[in-house]
Write a protein that binds this ligand. Structure first.
Ligand code: ATP
Ligand code: SF4
Ligand code: MG
Length: 320
C-alpha cells in the first residue's frame, strides 16, 4: 500500500563547527491522506529537520546518512531538482514560525499571492484567497508591503500562499510561536478550517502537547531524533505509553486534580554526535533498566499505538 507520506529509518547529520550533530537518528513515520498530525518534542528533538526533509529543504550543512522519505511513493531524496521543485509547488505547503521570513519584503502582498497561485488563478483570485484566511480588508492587505502588516496578518498571508497551490500536505513548523497568545488561536483556526475544507493533511510541529492534542487526530512524540510514540491524540494524552510521553503529560500545566502538581522532566535532552547506543531517553527515564543503555529499543505496535521502548509490550494495552 502506498502511503501519502512514509518516512523510514531516517538519519540526518549536520556538520557544525568541525563536529557532527545527529539531528535524526532513525526517525520513522507514516501518514495517510486527511490526517491531522501534531508532532511534539522538546527543542532539538528533530522536528524541524524532519519537516524540512519531507520537501527536500534541508540546509547545505545537513546530510541524509540513511533512510528514505516518500511522498505518494516518490523517494524525495532521489528526485532531481526539477521534480523536487514540482513536488514542493504542487503537493506540499510550508508555514514557518516567522511569517515575515516567508514573504518578499520588496513586493506587494497581492503580487506574492498571485505568484503563489502558479497559474491556478489570476489577479482576480487573489482577494478571495486573502478573504479565506479571514483578513479583514483584503484589498488594503493586497496593496501593502509585508512590513506594513502585523505578525498575525503576515502569518495569514503566508498561510494563504502555502494553501494557494492546493497542497496535499501542509507542514506548519511552530506557526504561532512568534504571535501573541490571543492571535494564536485565530491563526490555528484558519489553518485547520482551510485544511479541513480542502482535505489537506496537516503536519503541525509544536512544543505544545495539549494544544496539539486538542486540534489533531494523531499525536507523534519525538525524542533524540526518533519518533518514540504515535497514536490517537486523545488516547496518547489520556494514557501515554512511552515513559517520555508520560513525563511530558505530567509536565503540562493543565487541569490538575487537587494535590497533584507539575512534575518537570529532570535532566537535559541529548545532543547526539552519532548513533545513540540504547535508548536516548535512558539517562532521564524513571523506568530505565540495564538493557536500555545497551540495546536500541524496538518499535512495538499494538492497538493503533506505536511505542519505541523496551517496556512497550508491558505498557501497551496494560495501562501505566
Ligand atoms: P526546536 O523546537 O528548537 O525548533 P527541533 O525539534 O525543531 O527544535 P531541530 O531544529 O530539527 O529540532 O534540531 C535537531 C538537532 O539538530 C539539534 O541538536 C540542533 O541543534 C541541530 N541542528 C538543527 N539545524 C542545524 C544546523 N543548520 N546546523 C547544525 N545543527 C543543526
Ligand atoms: Fe525508558 Fe528503557 Fe523505555 Fe527507554 S527503552 S523509555 S530507558 S524503559
Ligand atoms: Mg524546530
Amino acid at each position: 500500500m502506498t502511503h501519502l507520506l512514509q518516512i523510514d529509518d531516517l538519519v540526518v547529520d549536520y556538520a557544525s563547527g568541525g563536529r557532527t550533530v545527529r539531528a535524526l537518528d532513525g526517525a520513522a513515520l507514516t501518514v495517510e491522506a486527511g490526517e491531522t498530525v501534531g508532532i511534539v518534542g522538546e527543542s532539538g528533538s528533530g522536528k524541524s529537520t524532519l519537516g524540512s526533509a519531507i520537501g527536500g529543504l534541508l540546509p547545505g550543512a545537513a546530510k541524509v546518512v540513511n533512510g528514505a522519505v516518500r511522498v505518494d511513493g516518490d523517494d524525495v531524496n532521489a528526485l532531481g531538482p526539477k521534480r523536487l521543485r514540482a513536488l514542493r509547488r504542487e503537493r506540499l505547503g510550508y508555514v514557518f514560525q516567522e511569517p515575515i521570513g516567508s514573504l518578499d519584503p520588496t513586493m506587494r502582498v497581492g503580487k506574492q499571492v498571485e505568484l503563489a497561485l502558479r497559474g491556478r488563478g489570476t489577479k482576480a483570485d487573489v482577494l478571495p484567497h486573502l478573504d479565506r484566511v479571514r483578513l479583514k480588508d483584503p484589498e488594503r492587505v493586497a496593496r501593502s508591503y509585508p512590513h506594513q502588516l502585523s505578525g498575525g496578518m503576515a502569518q495569514r498571508v503566508a498561510i494563504a500562499m502555502a494553501m494557494a497551490g492546493g497542497p496535499e500536505i501542509l507542514i506548519a513548523d511552530e506557526p504561532t510561536a512568534a504571535l501573541d497568545s490571543q492571535i494564536r488561536e485565530e491563526v490555528l483556526g484558519v489553518i485547520f478550517s482551510l485544511a479541513a475544507e480542502s482535505g489537506t493533511t496537516i503536519l503541525w510541529l509544536s512544543h505544545d502537547l495539549p494544544a496539539v492534542a486538542k486540534r489533531c487526530s494523531r499525536v507523534v512524540v519525538m525524542y533524540g531524533g526518533r519518533v518514540v510514540e504515535s497514536g490517537s491524540a486523545s488516547e496518547v494524552l489520556a494514557a501515554p505509553r512511552h515513559p517520555y510521553t508520560a513525563a511530558l503529560v505530567r509536565a503540562v500545566p493543565g487541569e490538575l486534580a487537587e494535590g497533584e502538581r507539575l512534575v518537570p522532566i529532570p535532566g537535559q535532552p541529548p545532543v547526539l554526535d552519532g548513533p545513540s547506543r540504547g535508548c536516548a531517553f535512558a539517562p532521564r527515564c524513571p523506568d530505565a533498566h540495564e538493557a536500555c543503555s545497551a540495546d536500541r529499543p524496538p518499535l512495538v505496535s499494538v492497538a493503533e499505538r506505536d511505542v519505541l521502548c523496551h517496556l512497550a509490550e508491558e505498557t501497551v494495552g496494560a495501562g501505566r
